[in-house]
Design a protein around this ligand. Structure first.
Ligand code: ADP
Ligand code: MG
Length: 270
């Protein structure tokens, strides 16, 4: 089996787009599994109160469960909240529970409210993990700001649909604000085109427009629309394990490989 290069130090990536339903969670989960299957040690942090990434990674939760909420608001150790993902070696997940919905408000009155996640990451030594992938909620509030302060790279999934770039301008302005006030290391490193339907002219027009805009930040691999991708979460699985031969799984594998092999010097260019 092929192994992929491991970065010299942990790559912390926020998967963000304030538009809902563009494939943030699907991308986080499947790239994480793809990287872990190829020898990288990966932590997924579910920062969306909906908890879809946690569900897709088979994290059982009750109303008593400890989650990223307890880390952000109650200072619990992140490492103690990270759980191994069933059947996928090298992969851990800090789940989200619905408490997190209140965190946007509760964080407001806390000290260093924008950097609580960053501080939580110091529970890990730098050489213990190869990737931390943060699944952001569909908003630009304090949770997403915490992700942007804690990471160095932003991965933006863009759905190949009408209005694909709608809202992206606002996201870019927010990234710039965080970069100039809170985290000078922050950069958009990766754009991934999702739910691509090769039969429509629209999808290829959108893909072209996005590539015109973001140039070599856009991965060559595009994720096709695939029923198997949308079925997998209801089995508590990624499509990588649910149906590894499906077009969606193969595409996420290709995207993961590109991510892993990509020149590190892309980071920080923009
Ligand atoms: P977000 O996290 O941005 O809200 P999701 O990853 O949850 O988006 O995706 C939104 C919906 O689209 C989910 O039901 C998901 O299963 C489905 N979906 C995502 N990617 C694909 C794909 N490539 N093909 C088919 N369905 C997809
Ligand atoms: Mg999501």
């Amino acid at each position: 089996d092929e192994t992929w290069p491991r970065p010299g130090r942990c790559r912390i990536m926020s998967v963000a787009n304030q538009k809902g339903g563009v494939g943030k969670t699907t991308t986080t989960v499947n790239l994480a599994v793809a990287l872990a299957m190829h020898g990288n040690r990966v932590l997924v942090v579910d920062l969306d109160p909906q908890g879809n990434a946690s569900t897709a990674l088979g994290m059982e939760r009750t109303s008593e469960s400890r989650s990223i909420y307890h880390c952000l608001v109650e200072d619990e150790d992140l490492r103690e909240l990270a759980r191994p993902v069933p059947d996928v070696p090298n992969l851990w997940c800090v789940p989200a529970t619905i408490d997190l919905a209140g965190a946007e408000i509760e964080l407001v009155s806390l000290v260093a409210r924008e950097s609580r996640l960053k501080r939580a990451f110091s529970a890990y030594d730098y050489d213990e993990l190869d990737y931390i992938l943060i699944d952001c909620p569909p908003s630009l509030g304090l949770l997403t700001v915490n992700a942007m302060v804690a990471c160095e790279e932003v991965l933006i999934p863009i759905q190949c649909e009408y209005y694909a770039l709608e809202g992206v301008g606002q996201l870019l302005r927010n990234i710039d604000l965080v970069k100039s006030h809170l985290n000078p290391e922050l950069a958009i490193s990766t754009i991934l085109l999702t739910m691509y339907d090769g039969r429509t002219r629209l999808a290829s027009q959108v893909a072209e427009e996005v590539r015109g805009h973001f140039d070599d930040l856009v991965l060559k691999t595009m994720i096709p629309r695939s029923v198997r991708v949308s079925e997998a979460p209801s089995y508590g699985q990624s499509v990588m394990t649910y149906d590894p031969a499906s077009t969606g799984a193969v595409a996420y594998l290709d995207a993961g490989r590109e991510l892993a092999f990509r020149a590190q010097n892309l980071v920080g260019n923009r």
